[in-house]
Design a protein around this ligand. Structure first.
Ligand code: CAA
Length: 296
C-alpha cells in the first residue's frame, strides 16, 4: 500500500498525514477549506522542525515527507487513487455518515475505508457503505506523531484480512496497534472518559482544586498530564460528546456527564482550542494557569 487519503485537516488529520508522509506514503490531505489545508501543512512543517531540532529526522527526510503531501478541497478528486482513506473529520455522526457515503461512491473498489472516530460506532458507519467488510476504526491518539498507540476497531462486518492489513500498516508507521471490538467508547475512551468525568466531579463537589487533582494524578500515577489538563487538551466538547455516547450506549448512570462539564461546554470554555477550560492558555506560553473561576 502506497497511496493514502486523509479527510479533515484539523489536529488529528494533520497528525495522521504527518506520520504517513514520514513513512513514505503519498498522502492526499482533503478538507473543504483551502485555508485549513494551508494551516495544516504549515503545522506539519513546524512539527517536523521539532523532530529535526531533536535530531530524530534529517532536513532531507523532512523535505521528502512534505513532498509526499498534496492537498485537495474536493473529496472526489482526493480519494480517486487511494488504497486507504482515513477519515478524521469533526466528531459528528451525521457528518461522518455523509462523508462515508461519499468515500464509498468515489474511492476505488477494494480501497479500505477507515475512521479515526474516538467513539462513534464503526458498525453504524460501515452500514451506510456498500463495502462494510472494508470499513474499520483506526483511532490515533493526539499528538499523533508522538503517541505510539493506534486503537484498531473491528466493526461487526470488518473482514479479518482488513484487520491484518491495518495492523501491519500501523506497525509500518512505527505505531503499536491494539485490536478491539466495536462497543461504546471502544477501550481507550471507555476507560479514559470516566476518569476525566470523575476528576471533574471531584472539582464540582469541592473535594480538591484543579491543581491538586492534576498533581495527584501526575505525581501519584505518573500520568504525563493531570485529567483536567488532559480534558482541556482533548477539548471539553469532545469529552462531553464521548460521555454521551457511553451513557446512551450502555444506559448506565455511571457515565452521566458531570453538570460542571455540561455548563463549561455551554459557556464555550472548551479548553486549549478556545483559550480557556480548567486552565487559561496564552499562545506561546507553556505556563499552566488555573482559570479565574477555579482559583482559591
Ligand atoms: N508533533 C511532533 N512532536 C511533538 C508534537 C507534535 N504535535 N507535540 C509534542 N511533540 C514532541 C516534542 O518535540 C517532544 O519531543 P522529545 O521527547 O523528543 O523532546 C515531546 O513530544 C514532548 O513534547 P514537549 O516537550 O513539548 O511537551 P511535554 O513533555 O509536556 O509533552 C505531550 C507533551 C507529549 C503532549 C505529553 O504531555 C503527553 O503525553 N500528554 C498526554 C497526551 C495524551 O494522553 N494523549 C491522548 C489523548 S486522548 C486521545 O487523543 C484520543 C481521544 O479519543 C480523546
Amino acid at each position: 500500500m502506497k497511496k493514502v487519503a486523509v479527510i479533515g485537516a484539523g489536529t488529528m488529520g494533520n497528525g495522521i498525514a504527518h506520520v504517513f508522509a514520514q513513512s513514505g506514503f503519498t498522502v492526499s490531505l482533503i478538507d473543504v477549506s483551502q485555508q485549513q489545508l494551508d494551516k495544516a501543512v504549515a503545522t506539519i512543517g513546524k512539527n517536523f522542525d521539532r523532530q529535526v531540532a531533536k535530531g530524530s529526522i534529517t532536513e532531507e527526510a523532512k523535505a521528502a515527507a512534505l513532498k509526499n503531501i498534496t492537498t485537495f478541497t474536493t473529496l472526489e478528486e482526493g480519494v480517486r487513487e487511494a488504497e486507504l482513506v482515513v477519515e478524521a473529520a469533526t466528531e459528528n455522526v451525521d457528518l461522518k455518515l455523509s462523508i462515508f457515503q461519499q468515500m464509498d461512491a468515489h474511492a476505488p473498489q477494494g480501497c479500505i475505508l477507515a475512521t479515526n472516530t474516538s467513539s462513534i460506532s464503526i458498525t453504524k458507519i460501515a452500514a451506510v457503505t456498500s463495502r462494510p467488510e472494508l470499513v474499520i476504526g483506526m483511532h490515533f491518539m493526539n499528538p499523533v506523531p508522538v503517541m505510539k498507540l493506534v486503537e484498531i476497531i473491528n466493526g461487526y462486518a470488518t473482514s479479518a484480512a482488513v484487520t491484518t492489513t491495518i495492523v501491519e500498516l500501523s506497525k509500518q508507521l512505527g505505531k503499536v496497534p491494539c485490536v478491539v471490538n466495536d462497543y461504546p467508547g471502544f477501550i481507550a475512551n471507555r476507560i479514559l472518559m470516566p476518569m476525566i468525568n470523575e476528576a471533574i466531579y471531584s472539582l464540582f463537589e469541592g473535594v480538591a482544586g484543579v491543581e491538586e487533582i492534576d498533581t495527584v494524578m501526575k505525581l501519584g500515577m505518573a500520568h504525563p498530564m493531570g485529567p483536567l489538563q488532559l480534558a482541556d487538551f482533548i477539548g471539553l466538547d469532545v469529552c462531553l460528546s464521548i460521555l454521551h455516547v457511553l451513557h446512551d450506549g450502555f444506559g448506565n448512570p455511571k457515565y452521566a456527564p458531570c453538570p460542571l462539564l455540561v455548563n463549561m461546554v455551554m459557556a464555550k470554555k472548551l479548553g486549549v482550542k478556545t483559550g480557556e477550560g480548567f486552565y487559561t492558555y496564552t499562545p506561546g506560553s507553556k505556563d499552566l494557569v488555573v482559570s479565574a473561576g477555579f482559583r482559591k
